[in-house]
Design a protein around this ligand. Sequence first.
Ligand SMILES: Cc1cc2nc3c(=O)[nH]c(=O)nc-3n(C[C@H](O)[C@H](O)[C@H](O)COP(=O)(O)O)c2cc1C
Length: 311
Amino acid sequence: MIEAQTNLATNLGGVPLRNPVVLAAGTCGYVDEMADVIDLSRIGAVTTKSITAEPREGNRPWRILDAPAGMLNAIGLANMGLHAFVRDQLPRAANCATTVIGSVAGNSIGDYVAIAAAFDASPHVPAIELNVSCPNTADGLVFGEDPQSLRSLLAEVRPAVTRSKLIVKLSPNAPSIVKMAEAAIDGGAEALTLINTFTALAIDVHTRKPRIANGTAGYSGPAIHPIAVRMVRDVSRSVARQAGVPIIGLGGVMRWEDAAEFILAGATAVGMGTALFVDPRLPLRVVAGLGRWVSSQGCGNVSELIGQVEM
Ligand SMILES: Cc1cc2nc3c(=O)[nH]c(=O)nc-3n(C[C@H](O)[C@H](O)[C@H](O)COP(=O)(O)O)c2cc1C
């Protein structure tokens, strides 16, 4: 049973969260490993690592690198695959002290359907997040960078998710994130997460080779935060607010002020990823700071501040 927390209790498209702070996919283990370092009963939700149909070793090293005001990663979705995950990890969701969001990745529509259905079958996963920053091997297009690809994906995944709420995690690498948000909402998304990493490249000038073995890598951390805030504002104002679809703002949150910016831009919840590599206890500080901020703004609940930027 997830108990509400004072003035921070919120609701993500029908999923009650004790507070808005969500640990981001791929940065906090499979399910509840972070319980070794922080009290998960003080966090709004954890997101699982993205699960694929087959086990994946991921890309070869180097696959993580410090970058100015952030980091680069090309982990390549290293994970144990759906079968072992359902057998060994998913049962842990039953005893997790916070809400668990299941993250799904794949290289075909069939992969997404199978993994989403497996999460949906667990009563302990109230929300499923589709990581659509993956190429479809059938046509080479990244699901989350082409509105038609996303519509085709959701046409198959939507009917397979009957119990959990369906979240679509958008990529900032699409030509128009607003068009992607429209496609996600038309396809039945009940919430959106914005944003995944920016595709980036770091070059070793001595060897003239990419510094990350994969070549390109995803850029995350404080450097991307103001861009993510702008994207949340754009998507909220142009489509999501009118459709009643809540947003998890994600990208570069290190301090409570960063999280508060996302809320003012239109986010109902706020994710944290790279921050966990700096100090896994930072989310607790963000929760505490948000609580004080809501009171200082004269509000009884954080939801009163969603989208309240004056511009
Ligand atoms: C090391 C690392 C691994 C990640 N793995 C995943 C993943 O498996 N699935 C996913 O949807 N996003 C993944 N992400 C992206 C994050 O969830 C998040 O969208 C992004 O890093 C921006 O937030 P941040 O600046 O707070 O890290 C990963 C990010 C990092 C840094």
